[in-house]
Design a protein around this ligand. Structure first.
Ligand SMILES: [Fe+2]
Ligand SMILES: [Fe+2]
Length: 207
């Protein structure tokens, strides 16, 4: 069953950092949605978060981190990659726990919240330290962007998951309880745009 459109991987080429940052924004938006969601919606949102993070972590581990280790010479920069790998492992442990839970589990929401905080910290380090260090190297980030995109869509295809819709531009990631109304509106809009992807409908095949 074709779900994500594989050709998307080669559309609008972006450099590696732009692609990964967009993933970060998308997962942050999903965490925001989760925080405001009804219990019924939370299960599906948690699944989307876990899927997205699984693919994102894998493409970074397969492509970005090894390339970074090859070009970094500075000990501190190499440590950034080692720390990122360790943080991925901890995130994957939390993801596995969440995937084994249902929303009526007493610690379901708390575990997603901890994952959210964890990812926030990890993303801050990637965007604040690792990515800027990579930009200073000779790495061809454009070519790597293509490689990441192709691997990302291949993994999504094999997992049977769809591409997430990027969040509306300028949406503040700090939007939380105080902006519940706008968050709810955004959620509704996104839910509308994703209605074709109702998890078990199998109606999303397109070419
Ligand atoms: Fe990342
Ligand atoms: Fe990462």
């Amino acid at each position: 069953m074709a779900r994500a459109t594989p050709s998307r991987a080669t559309d609008a080429p972006r450099d590696a950092i732009a692609l990964l940052k967009q993933d970060h924004r998308m997962v942050e938006a999903l965490f925001d949605e989760f925080e405001d969601a009804e219990e019924q919606e939370q299960s599906q949102l948690a699944e989307r978060i876990c899927n997205m993070l699984t693919v994102h972590a894998q493409i970074e581990e397969e492509i970005l981190y090894p390339a970074a280790k090859e070009v970094f010479e500075d000990e501190e920069e190499l440590d950034l990659v080692n720390e990122a790998n360790v943080e991925h492992q901890s995130a994957k442990d939390l993801i596995a726990k969440i995937e084994g839970m249902t929303p009526d589990d007493e610690i379901f929401e708390a575990t997603v919240k901890v994952l959210s905080e964890y990812i926030k910290h990890h993303v801050k380090e990637e965007e604040g330290e690792l990515f800027p260090a990579l930009k200073k190297t000779e790495l061809d980030l454009k070519a790597m962007g293509q490689q990441l995109a192709e691997r990302k869509f291949a993994l999504m295809e094999s997992m049977g998951i769809e591409e997430e819709v990027p969040p509306a531009p300028q949406r503040k990631k700090t939007a939380s309880r105080k902006t519940k109304t706008s968050a709810s509106k955004a959620r509704q809009a996104r839910a509308g745009s994703r209605s074709k992807s109702a998890k078990n409908s199998g109606r999303s095949a397109r070419h």
